[in-house]
Design a protein around this ligand. Structure first.
Ligand code: NAP
Length: 355
């Protein structure tokens, strides 16, 4: 994490993690350790965890153990949100979507909510924000005032959509898009904890993930608007972290591997200029993989702290008059969840949306 000194930041913002004991919640805990602008002051989870200290409530999934400064923090019930809201500047939500609609709405009545959950993603006044792709969609936040909220909800995309949207942004900007065909090989951590039973996934590939394909299609065209068609096949594979996706894009204009790579270099330069000073921004938003057999989840998922989308196997196939094919890798619980949302919060803070 680069140390971005900002003259406006005199005191760190108080952050609450809602759903702090789960897979994505723990990534928020890790991602906020030593953050130059934000500090964790509140942890919320279900009644199962409320009243326990964090190290007893959360089965730790990361390396090592629960971070020392919050291991003994008491997990609060979401019934306490209204009482505590005045002491919180930002809510980071890692709740299951079924519960997120009600609980995030209660948080947003007071303060900004940055969420990994799908509950509000498809509402007209809610952007699905990926700063490097659609930062201008943040303007929608103002419309949420009409709900009577003092705060707002900004969700990130589904963890399968984020890497795809990032990789497609330079394609759309330089060549136009007619069709996208994507097959995912998704990691186990994407299913939360305990997730898929070991007897089901060991030595196996599961060729269906409920609602995932619909989410990818719906979210991609909301994030990168256009009249293009999207086909998605989502599968679960025996990998712990990191979603791999094979992608073929039919483009409006001719696109060669060389022109695609040049577009990526230009995109990275723009991202660096616009978002480089944010503490969680990767040095390169898209990393062009080195070697014909990359990206691989075990080797490449932590590139730039898990915030880079790694793209390789770039080639053209003869199936469309104009097209580009590649394989991408995106860390599902880092870029695809907590760290991606922390980057969004940093961006919204710098833009003045978070006071
Ligand atoms: N895992 C990923 O890679 C990933 C990526 C992108 C987005 N997401 C999204 O992130 C969200 C969380 O996913 P996850 O994988 O972290 O799930 P998870 O491991 O099952 O964790 C869920 C968390 O929510 C809490 N919770 C559940 N019901 C609650 C309730 N009624 N009231 C308050 N807290 C409640 C749980 O608390 P207890 O421990 O007390 O039960 C736990 O802290 C989901 O919306 C998911 O779609 C996940």
């Amino acid at each position: 994490m680069s140390d971005t000194a900002s003259p406006a930041i005199k005191k760190k913002l108080s952050c609450a993690i809602v759903g702090a004991t789960g897979v994505a919640g723990q990534q928020f805990v890790e991602g906020l350790q030593g953050h130059p602008w934000f500090t964790i002051t509140h942890l919320f989870a279900s009644e199962r965890s409320a009243g326990k200290v964090y190290k007893e409530a959360a089965v730790w999934h990361g390396e090592g153990s629960h971070p020392a400064d919050i291991a003994d923090m008491v997990v609060l019930s979401t019934d306490d949100i209204e009482r505590e809201a005045a002491n919180i500047d930002i809510f980071f939500s890692a709740l299951p979507s079924e519960t997120a609609r009600e609980i995030e709405g209660r948080c947003a009545a007071f303060k900004p909510v940055i969420s990994t959950a799908a509950a509000y993603r498809y509402d007209d006044d809610v952007p699905i924000l990926i700063p490097e792709v659609n930062a201008d969609h943040a303007l929608l936040i103002r419309k949420q005032k009409e709900r009577g909220w003092k705060g707002f909800v900004v969700p990130g995309s589904n963890c399968t959509t984020v890497g795809l949207a990032i990789a497609l942004k330079p394609v759309m900007d330089n060549f136009g898009i007619k069709r996208v065909i994507m097959t995912s090989l998704q990691a186990l951590s994407g299913a939360g904890y305990p997730g898929v039973a070991s007897m089901d996934i060991l030595d196996n590939v599961i060729p269906y993930i409920g609602k995932e394909e619909e989410k990818v299609k719906k979210e991609l065209v909301k994030i990168i608007p256009g009249t293009y068609l999207v086909g998605a096949t989502c599968t679960r594979v025996h990998v712990r972290d990191g979603h791999t996706e094979t992608v073929t894009v039919e483009t409006e204009k001719p696109c060669t591997p060389e022109s695609f790579m040049a577009a990526v270099v230009g995109f990275n330069k723009k991202c660096r200029e616009q978002f480089g000073p944010l503490p969680s921004a990767p040095n390169e938003t898209i990393v062009l993989a080195d070697g014909v057999n990359r990206p691989q989840p075990r080797l490449d998922r932590n590139t730039h702290n898990g915030m880079a989308t790694v793209v390789g196997r770039i080639r053209t196939e003869d199936v469309f008059p104009n097209s580009i094919s590649f394989v991408l890798l995106s860390h599902n619980t880092k870029r695809g969840a907590a760290l991606g949302e922390i980057l969004t919060a940093e961006y919204l803070y710098k833009q003045g949306y978070i006071a």
